[in-house]
Design a binder for this molecule. Structure first.
Ligand SMILES: O=P(O)(O)OC[C@H]1O[C@H](OP(=O)(O)OP(=O)(O)O)[C@H](O)[C@@H]1O
Ligand SMILES: O=C(O)c1cc(=O)[nH]c(=O)[nH]1
Length: 185
């Protein structure tokens, strides 16, 4: 069982910033969660990796991956935490841009078509980034069975995953930081 309260405290201390921000989706926001301040921190990565494995308890999957850069440290953390639990798991990273030379691949890692995979993102806003990972994974032949986020800002992501019949869970939501999400229609 991971220490959820401590993970929230770390996000509060290190990742949550107020100001004027433009998000990946082009939306404007008065706050920003810099997930990498947590995913690239020893205690933060350990906590969220344990938390994600707890969240995925009971779900059968072969591989865990997501869009680079947000997913990079998380995938490493979850694979290490899985090994400590005696669970074999493959990891993979999805490139934003095609490599353009060499293998020309979008997906990197020891995955093979037909594997049941979970897609992760550090912060989910509209879910657009996670859905791009989903589409590239499907194109590769993977069977996407679940999407997980570390923090859900609750700005349409869940509805967009539901529209694609993709189960979605997140470890934390923006409400854990006392922030009310906008009403999305
Ligand atoms: O749910 P969405 O609307 O897609 O927004 C969330 C995405 O935005 C951020 O990535 P960013 O595009 O900043 O890329 P980076 O992780 O490479 O910095 C974040 O890491 C998520 O991947
Ligand atoms: O929507 C985004 O781009 C976004 C929001 C946020 O709070 N943090 C982040 O890394 N990305």
């Amino acid at each position: 069982m991971y220490d959820r309260a401590r993970l929230i405290e770390l996000f509060h201390q290190r990742a949550l910033r107020f100001g004027d921000f433009t998000l990946a989706s082009g939306k404007k926001s008065s706050y920003y969660l810099d997930g990498k301040q947590i995913t690239l921190h020893s205690e933060g990565l350990k906590l969220l990796s344990e938390g994600l494995l707890d969240l995925l308890e009971g779900i059968e999957f072969d591989a865990f991956g997501g869009m680079s850069l947000g997913a990079d440290p998380i995938v490493g953390g979850v694979l290490t935490a899985a090994a400590a639990r005696g669970k074999e798991l493959a990891g993979f990273l999805v490139r934003k841009e095609s490599k353009g030379h060499g293998t020309q691949k979008y997906l990197e890692g020891p995955v093979t078509p037909g594997m049941r995979v979970v897609i992760v993102d550090d912060v989910v806003t509209t879910g657009g980034s996670a859905l791009l990972s989903v589409d590239r994974s499907i194109d590769f032949g993977l069977n996407v069975i679940q999407v997980v986020g570390v923090v859900d800002r609750k700005e349409g992501g869940a509805a967009n995953f539901a529209a694609r019949q993709l189960p979605f869970k997140s470890l934390l939501s923006i409400e854990d930081f006392g922030i009310k999400p906008p009403v999305v229609g």
